[in-house]
Design a protein around this ligand. Structure first.
Ligand code: NAP
Length: 276
């Protein structure tokens, strides 16, 4: 059975829109270079902002922009009281250090929850801003009535924005977590052991039917495009047909992620309002 994220997205969107009526919010996105999937994602954020009455500025810099210049832009956004949230879009051109730049964003404006301050809060189980894709993954699981506690959860992909924080959040949800990556010796064995599989590796249709059990729950976070611009997940159709439940691509985790980003912005603004 395929599960979708649109209903969850629409409910979150409605809550955000209502909050925005009385609370002015704004977010800036820093984008360097011309990665087509990033452009699609950023367009989706701008559209969501327009539809909910939230101001989104996109600072689109050329692929050859030097790190010192990117830092200067980030510093200006940090100091601008009219900007509540800042996001640095991945991937960056090779000469730019994502981990360095992300930690130059003021932690209280870190709308993606990827600053070391917020990741530290995540690990120490304190309230903070949580990365939006792992939040969307946990939400789509729970809202479909699936228990996480006690389950074997295998995550494929250990990036700072998806797999790694998700492994911490799943542990907090009392799952037993296996985190896989390119050096994992026997990926198929680890996936066959999963009650819940989360695919976040960025390889089109990489996970095939022979790698999943019939009772596996598949959450496919992958977003890959072919040469014609058609979107694919990381798990192929036959694997999804075999499994008990699988999230759709497109229309699954991805549509909720944007709403989670705005939910984070709402969290930042309500904290700011409380402290004023
Ligand atoms: P990333 O930074 O490129 O990380 C990919 C991870 O997958 C790495 O940890 C890598 O291992 C691992 N990996 C790659 N090939 C593998 C293989 N053959 N076997 C095992 N592990 C492998 O990617 P990301 O930014 O996390 O994104 C992952 C996917 O999620 C992409 O398709 C992206 O478009 C999608 N995504 C979706 C959303 C959403 O809202 N749904 C949001 C963000 C990203 P190593 O660490 O060993 O290199």
């Amino acid at each position: 059975m395929l599960i979708y994220g649109r209903e969850i997205r629409d409910r979150l969107k409605n809550e955000i829109q209502q909050y925005a009526v009385n609370n002015k919010m704004s977010m800036s996105i820093v984008m360097v270079g011309d990665d087509p999937p990033s452009q699609v994602y950023v367009n989706g954020i701008v559209k969501f902002g327009r539809e909910t009455g939230i101001k989104i500025d996109v600072l689109h810099l050329g692929a050859d922009t030097e790190e010192s210049q990117v830092l200067r832009f980030i510093k200006n956004l940090n100091e601008d009281p009219a900007i509540d949230g800042i996001m640095l879009q991945k991937p960056l051109p090779e000469h730019l250090d994502y981990n360095r730049l992300i930690n130059e964003i003021a932690y209280h404006k870190d709308v993606e929850g990827v600053h070391n301050y917020n990741l530290g809060k995540l690990v120490s189980r304190q309230e903070g801003i949580q990365p939006s894709t792992p939040k969307a993954i946990i939400r789509i699981i729970k809202e479909n009535g699936i228990e996480i506690e006690g389950k074997n959860v295998t995550i494929v992909g250990r990036s700072t924005i998806v797999g790694n924080p998700l492994s911490v959040m799943m542990t907090t949800e009392n799952a037993t977590v296996t985190l896989c990556h390119t050096r994992t010796k026997d990926l198929k064995k680890e996936i066959l052991n999963a009650d819940i599989l989360v695919a976040a590796l960025g390889r089109r249709n990489y996970i095939t039917a022979d790698m999943v059990r019939e009772d596996t729950i598949i959450i496919d976070a992958g977003i890959n495009f072919d040469d014609n611009g058609k979107m694919f997940g990381d798990v192929d159709e036959a694997a999804k047909e075999k499994a008990a439940i699988a999230s759709a691509v497109p229309g699954g985790v991805g549509v909720i992620t944007v709403a989670e980003l705005f939910d984070n912005l709402k969290q930042i603004c309500s904290l700011k309002n409380k402290s004023e």
